[in-house]
Design a protein around this ligand. Structure first.
Ligand SMILES: Cc1ncc(C[n+]2csc(CCOP(=O)(O)OP(=O)(O)O)c2C)c(N)n1
Ligand SMILES: [Mg+2]
Length: 278
């Protein structure tokens, strides 16, 4: 059972990773002219959540922030429309006006971010409070520090909303580590608001273990992860960063390579064609 789940997650990550590698190259070649936020290294979070939630036959409202390509792709966003968006075309998922940071999609109920860290939390809580629809809000570890995010946790808990707060904790606010910024943990804060909250790794199996609580009550998962590339743009801070995708691929051996190569071929061809058409 868990092998099937892991395979589904791996397939999603391989689409996201190959997508991000193409974006990396497009930025390097100056084919993309605005700031780009690559999610490589962090893909297992949205890939796991999307796989789990699809199985539950739930289509949640999704509120992401700037590092959101993998969120969009994992939850079934149209790949071509994201490429168009990143190339500034009107055919993009945000009509070429969202760029990398404000990806939206009516088809998958994903709301674009406004660029102010953490504002997605009060907006998501408001949407969930009004509609009572299952809702996911993604936050960075730095965004989780904003005062309005904390107030949102309190209201979600008080009203017992069917909302899932996901903190993609890459330990960084641009380049400033968490330990420099604060002496507290967001999962402890959520607990003090009487919410279920957990501090886990980006291992898909750990994420799955907590899924029994999803949308039954408010819950916060602080998920420790790693971003492989620069905060913004195409570059590498360190080549020693742990890569969850690599470790998952190893579990599947030759099959893992086949999954990767299939995704690579599909995504590389798409990017090539669409860049040529520009
Ligand atoms: C309210 C606000 N303050 C500052 C910024 C500038 N800023 C943009 S991204 C960022 C760091 C975000 O870190 P985090 O939330 O952990 O997300 P990550 O980039 O690590 O995915 C900062 C300080 C902003 N966009 N909005
Ligand atoms: Mg961060």
């Amino acid at each position: 059972m868990s092998k099937e789940y892991l395979k589904e997650v791996l397939k999603k990550i391989s689409i996201c990773r190959n997508f991000e590698l193409n974006v990396f190259n497009a930025v390097k070649k100056n084919n993309i002219k605005f700031p780009v936020y690559l999610s490589a290294g962090q893909e297992s979070i949205s890939a796991s959540l999307a796989t789990i939630i699809k199985k539950k036959k739930i289509k949640p409202l999704i509120f992401a922030q700037h590092r959101c390509h993998s969120t969009y792709l994992s939850f079934g966003g149209n790949i071509r429309k994201l490429i168009y968006e990143l190339l500034g075309s009107k055919k993009g998922c945000a009509y070429g006006m969202g760029g990398s940071a404000s990806i939206q999609s009516r088809e998958i109920n994903m709301f674009g971010h406004d660029g102010h860290m953490g504002t997605q939390a009060p907006i998501a809580v408001g949407a969930c409070f009004q509609s009572k629809k299952p809702t996911i809000v993604f936050l960075g570890d730095a965004s989780a520090e904003e005062d309005y995010v904390l107030a949102s946790l309190g209201w979600a808990s008080t009203k017992k909303l069917p909302i899932l707060f996901i903190v993609e904790d890459n330990n960084l606010s641009i380049l400033t580590e968490k330990k420099v910024r604060r002496n507290w943990d967001i999962h402890s804060v959520a607990k003090s608001f009487k919410m279920k909250a957990f501090n886990i790794s980006d291992n898909p199996l750990e994420i799955k273990k907590k899924s029994k609580y999803f949308f039954r009550e408010p819950i916060l998962l602080n998920i420790n992860t790693n971003r492989l590339f620069w905060h913004s743009g195409a570059g590498i801070d360190s080549d020693k960063t742990f890569d969850r995708y690599k470790s998952l691929r190893k579990i599947f051996g030759a099959q893992g390579n086949t999954i990767h190569n299939k995704a690579k071929e599909k995504i590389d061809i798409l990017w090539k064609k669409m860049l040529e058409r520009q």
